[in-house]
Design a protein around this ligand. Structure first.
Ligand SMILES: [Zn+2]
Length: 401
């Protein structure tokens, strides 16, 4: 896997970007591989920040969770959507194939890998963090200071290192304002069950799973511990999970470690603080990456934040606009909300209920909230639009061009 990581680092270096003030960050990338083609780095992102719960936008223009893994998945979704359009236009793709149901699937032999330059935050990183901290600080975060957690409850940040297998919200720092963003470990486990295409992608893409997760910056002496933690965090704690719609199934990714150093990591820079900025890039799109700060493109003035050309490419509003290109037969009315488009993916929603609904392994999942999903394709909030998902809804036909 090291040549793949070196190629990612070389591409990142070609952007000639550095976080300001020598602050560190985390780098993530999604790579598609095939037996008969060079590796295809389809997305690259950096970032360590997410929006406080009090500052979530209802209009879809701001990216709330700017951790590298989350941005890299969304940027990869943009690439997958664009590849669907290319496949439809040319009838050829090295990576995707038209499935019998009209959607697109990964071509046989194609694998998706996620690289992340440090252990994902949350469950996968708790014991490694504790092992690397000074003993006094680790003891302060230990179970002696926290009450027992009720079944299905969510731990905040790094509270109580010793609780393993639990859902955690971001961020790790106890002095940061609380958020409604789940930790990257939890999101990886969700992608391992529901796929990286998400609800928005589910009607044009068959479920797509990460085959491999490549993690950097874990000392060799801790590989065995971190491997055990990743296996639990990404898949084992979800279990076999019966009762999913037939096309969904838990897929445990294979975890690899790399010793290739990331130039802007905490370990290399030795800086005490992480950067507020995120970089976000999708292959075969704009040549230059976007730089985001507080979930918006750097330099966007408040009054221009809703303009299409100011939107972050991975914002919900921009992804909804791209989705409408894939589904031209489904014009969105002014009262069609982002949430209602996601609810059209009924098999996906059934699988999601099986994973995070009442009595399930992830019953404590903290959603960003319906209030952030009631915007239409113009970014306007549609009053009274929130839907209660009807479990008896017939599966809608998939989108066929
Ligand atoms: Zn994270």
């Amino acid at each position: 896997m090291d040549p793949t990581v070196r190629a990612i680092h070389a591409l990142y270096a070609s952007f000639a970007y550095a976080p300001p003030h020598h602050q560190w960050t985390v780098l993530a990338a999604v790579v598609a591989t095939a037996p008969d083609a060079p590796d295809n780095i389809i997305s690259i992102a950096t970032g360590t920040k997410c929006a406080p719960a009090a500052r979530l936008s209802p209009h879809g223009e701001a990216v709330h969770d700017c951790h590298a893994e989350v941005l890299a998945r969304r940027a990869a979704l943009r690439w997958l959507f664009a590849e669907v359009l290319r496949l439809r236009a040319t009838s050829t793709s090295t990576w995707l194939v038209a499935a019998a149901d009209g959607r697109c699937a990964l071509r046989p032999g194609v694998r998706l890998a996620l690289y992340v330059s440090a252990l994902p935050c949350g469950d996968a990183s708790m014991r490694t963090l504790a092992a690397l901290q000074d003993p006094a600080a680790a003891k302060l975060m230990s179970s002696a200071f926290f009450p027992a957690l009720a079944p299905g409850a969510v731990s905040r940040g790094r509270d109580d290192y010793a609780r393993l297998g639990v859902l955690r919200t971001k961020p790790g720092r106890a002095d940061s304002p609380p958020t409604r963003c789940m930790a990257c470990s939890d999101k990886l486990a969700r992608w391992a069950t529901l796929g990286v295409q998400g609800a928005l992608g589910a009607r044009v893409l068959a479920p797509m799973y990460l085959s491999d997760v490549i993690v950097g910056d874990v000392p060799p002496a801790l590989h065995a511990l971190a491997l055990e933690d990743c296996a639990r965090a990404f898949s084992a704690r979800v279990g076999a999970l019966d009762g999913l719609p037939p096309e969904y199934a838990p897929h445990a990714p294979t975890v690899h470690f790399t010793s290739e150093p990331f130039v802007h990591s905490r370990t290399v820079l030795g800086s005490p603080s992480s950067s507020n900025e995120s970089l976000c890039w999708t292959a075969d799109a704009a040549p230059r990456p976007e730089i985001l700060i507080a979930g918006l493109r750097r330099g966007t003035s408040p009054k221009h934040r809703y303009r299409p050309k100011s939107l972050p490419a991975v914002s919900r509003l921009a992804l909804l606009a791209l989705y409408t290109q894939l589904a031209p037969d489904e014009p969105l009315s002014d009262t069609t909300t982002y949430e209602s488009v996601k609810f059209r993916a009924t098999a996906y929603q059934a699988a999601k209920r099986r994973l995070i609904g009442p009595g399930t392994p992830f019953a404590g999942w903290v959603a960003t909230g319906a209030a952030c999903q009631q915007f239409n394709a113009h970014g306007d909030v549609v009053p009274g639009a929130h839907l209660a998902l009807d479990e008896s809804t017939e599966d809608l036909p998939v989108v066929v061009s």
